[in-house]
Design a protein around this ligand. Structure first.
Ligand code: NAD
Ligand code: MG
Length: 400
């Protein structure tokens, strides 16, 4: 019996992970669940999955949950605070860790799991973007096995030879080709996108996801973060990575080999598929998702991404090429920009302008590449302060 810890259990990936784990209760035990402050959501999960331990980062939420569980005579231990989160992430009483917190907040617990040599299923892409070298170095040093959950990276992993492990450079590969749905604005003009509201941005055509990644999918920053994520997991450079828009979201990514063969992974756009793959690896498990009716799908379309309407993808590619601190600056500025966009404080194209300006300023200020945790966190904090300063001097949006 393997014991499972989910970082970000109340989120979209967290809940899908629990659905898959529930199908295999005789092989995997839901041991520890963590979330930020959703006491009600966590109470529901406790009733259904009976974890041994829960962490809610916010103390007041943890207090509420403790009371509710005590009233139900539950023996579940409830902890709170960031220290508790990082501690349980590395604790020896679990074997498999699903990293599914959103944003840079997942870096420290993910790092703790890596340092403890866990089997790490990683959905939380932002830590890989901000601190990829550090995480892969620590994984190698501590024997942590990393399995990608992001559907594109999981597809690539499935298309690589069975002996392949993340962190190695794959042999005989010409290119990794990431597919992109194109997001909700794929067919919109630049003028129409310019006036897009947060409600329109989070309406993804094919996937149901958390708010931040939904906005990232609308700007195509998600694909940009994924390029950097792929370069970290698969140790390839910008010249071996490409993006193709595939609106059906059925082909989740492809590997092109030097002999001209291209291998692809196909499936319904449902995150339970990559989650089941990684939970069962190297075996195969039922995920609760059916196969594809290819005749009903009918046809696959492919398009080149339009960097004029979606400048975030170009910014991310430039950051990948630049290396050094650029991806970390890009990620931090994007997190601030997305939250300002959701609050109606930034328009769609203000997002990319602010990110670009922050990277330019950041590269001037931080010339030496940060490789240790402290310097990485310092640059992340610097970029957030820089963006907050810029936002504070900005006129509020008329249509906000
Ligand atoms: P979500 O917003 O639905 O859930 C986020 C989870 O993280 C919640 O449980 C929340 O309580 C927790 N959390 C948020 N802030 C926290 C903090 N400061 N400290 C501790 N916990 C915190 O997000 P999601 O859509 O499930 O995405 C999670 C991660 O997986 C993201 O990095 C996303 O890019 C990646 N991902 C998601 C999908 C998807 O289909 N949803 C697909 C691929 C990759
Ligand atoms: Mg993805």
């Amino acid at each position: 019996m393997r014991r499972l810890l989910i970082l970000g259990a109340t989120g979209s990936i967290g809940r899908s992970t629990l659905e898959v784990a529930a199908l295999h209760a005789d092989e995997i035990e839901v041991h520890t669940l963590t979330a930020f402050r959703d006491a009600g959501g966590m109470l529901e999960l406790c009733r259904r999955f009976a974890p041994k331990r829960v962490v809610l980062v916010e103390e007041s939420a943890a207090t509420l949950l403790r009371k509710a569980l005590a009233a139900e005579h539950s023996h579940c231990e409830v902890l709170s605070g960031v220290e508790a989160l990082n501690e349980v992430a590395g604790s020896s009483d679990t074997d498999v860790v699903m990293s599914a917190i959103v944003g840079a907040a997942g870096l420290l617990p993910t790092l703790a799991a890596v340092r403890a040599g866990k089997q790490l299923l990683i959905a939380n892409k932002e830590p890989l973007v901000m601190a990829g070298r550090l995480l892969m170095r620590e994984a190698a040093a501590n024997g942590a096995c990393i399995l990608p959950i992001d559907s594109e990276h999981n597809a690539i992993f499935q298309c690589l030879p069975p002996a392949y492990r993340c962190g190695d450079a794959p042999k005989g590969v010409r290119k990794l080709l990431l597919t992109a749905s194109g997001g909700p604005f794929r067919e919109w003009s630049r003028e129409r996108i310019d006036a897009a509201t947060p409600q329109e941005a989070v309406k993804h055509p094919n996937w149901s996801m958390g708010q931040k990644i939904s906005v990232d999918s609308a700007t195509l920053m998600n694909k940009g973060l994924e390029l950097i994520e792929a370069s970290v997991l698969y140790q390839v450079g910008d010249d071996q990575l490409d993006v193709v828009v595939h609106p059906e979201s059925i082909i989740h990514s492809l590997v092109e080999y030097v002999d001209g063969s291209m291998l692809a992974q196909l499936g319904q756009p449902d995150m339970r598929v990559p989650i089941a793959h990684a939970l069962a690896w190297p075996q195969r498990w039922e995920s609760g998702v059916g196969g594809l009716d290819l005749a009903a799908v009918g046809r696959f379309r492919f398009e080149t991404p339009d960097l004029n309407r979606f400048p975030c993808l170009g910014l991310a590619r430039a950051a990948l090429r630049e290396g050094q601190n650029a991806p970390n600056l890009l990620n931090a500025a994007n997190e601030v920009a997305v939250s300002a966009f959701l609050d109606g404080r930034l328009g769609f194209y203000d997002l990319s302008s602010m990110i670009e300006a922050c990277i330019d300023a950041g590269l001037q200020t931080h010339r030496a590449a940060a490789d240790d945790l402290e310097s990485i966190l310092a640059i992340d904090a610097w970029a957030r302060r820089w963006c907050a300063g810029r936002l504070s001097t900005q006129e509020p949006l008329v249509n906000a």
